[in-house]
Design a protein around this ligand. Structure first.
Ligand SMILES: [Fe+2]
Ligand SMILES: [Fe+2]
Length: 191
C-alpha cells in the first residue's frame, strides 16, 4: 500500500466509527444518558486514533512534504484541511469534557456530548470526502517517489514509538466491538 492508500484505509475505519457514534447518540438522546463504556470507547477512538494517530500523521508528515513541493493549486487545500482538523479537535475536547457527567445522568452534559458528537460526525465525513475525492488525488500528483518513500519510513518510525504500539489492531477491535453493540454488520459481511 502506498502512504496515501494507508491513510484512505484509515478513513474507512474512521467512517465505520462515525456510524457507531451516530447510533450511540441516537440511543443517548431519548434516554438523556450516555452508556459509559461505549461513550468512553468513542472518546478514546476520536482522541487517540482519529486525531492522535491519523490526523497527526497527516499534519506532521504528509502536509509539510506536500507544501514543500509548492503545488500550483488555486485553493489552499492544506489550510482548509488543517482547519477541519482543529474543529474536529474542538468537538473531541467538548465530548471528553462532557462524557463523565453525561454517563452519570446529567441531561445537559448528555446534550452537550451529543451536539458535539453530531458535529464531529458531519465534519469528519465531509473531511474524509474532501481528502479521498479531491485532495489526495492532487497530493499523489504533487509528491515524488522519494517523498512517498520518506513518508513510508516516517509512518513506520511513528508506528514503532511505544505510545503507538498496536494502535491499528487496538482501534480496529474497538470499532468491531461498537459495531457488535449497535448491531451494525461488519464491512466484509455486507452484500
Ligand atoms: Fe485529514
Ligand atoms: Fe485523513
Amino acid at each position: 500500500m502506498s502512504p496515501i492508500e494507508v491513510l484512505v484505509e484509515e478513513h474507512r475505519l474512521i467512517t465505520r466509527a462515525s456510524e457507531c457514534v451516530a447510533r450511540m447518540i441516537g440511543a443517548a438522546m431519548p434516554a438523556r444518558r450516555l452508556k459509559f463504556l461505549q461513550a468512553e470507547s468513542v472518546v478514546d477512538f476520536i482522541g487517540s486514533y482519529a486525531d492522535g494517530w491519523h490526523h497527526a500523521k497527516e499534519e506532521q508528515e504528509l502536509f509539510p512534504r506536500v507544501a514543500a513541493r509548492k503545488p500550483p493549486w488555486d485553493v489552499d487545500h492544506l489550510a482548509d484541511l488543517g482547519a477541519d482538523h482543529r474543529r474536529c479537535r474542538d468537538c473531541a475536547r467538548e465530548m471528553r469534557e462532557s462524557f463523565r457527567e453525561g454517563a452519570h445522568g446529567d441531561a445537559e452534559e448528555t446534550q452537550r456530548f451529543c451536539r458535539n458528537a453530531q458535529e464531529w460526525i458531519d465534519l469528519i465525513r465531509m473531511h474524509i470526502y474532501k481528502e479521498d475525492r479531491v485532495v489526495f488525488p492532487l497530493v499523489e500528483q504533487a509528491l515524488t517517489a522519494d517523498d512517498a518513500h520518506a513518508l513510508e519510513q516516517a509512518y513506520a518510525a511513528l508506528a514503532a514509538e511505544p505510545r503507538f504500539a498496536g494502535v491499528d489492531a487496538k482501534y480496529r477491535t474497538a470499532v468491531e466491538d461498537l459495531e457488535f453493540v449497535y448491531n451494525i454488520l461488519p464491512t466484509g459481511a455486507r452484500g
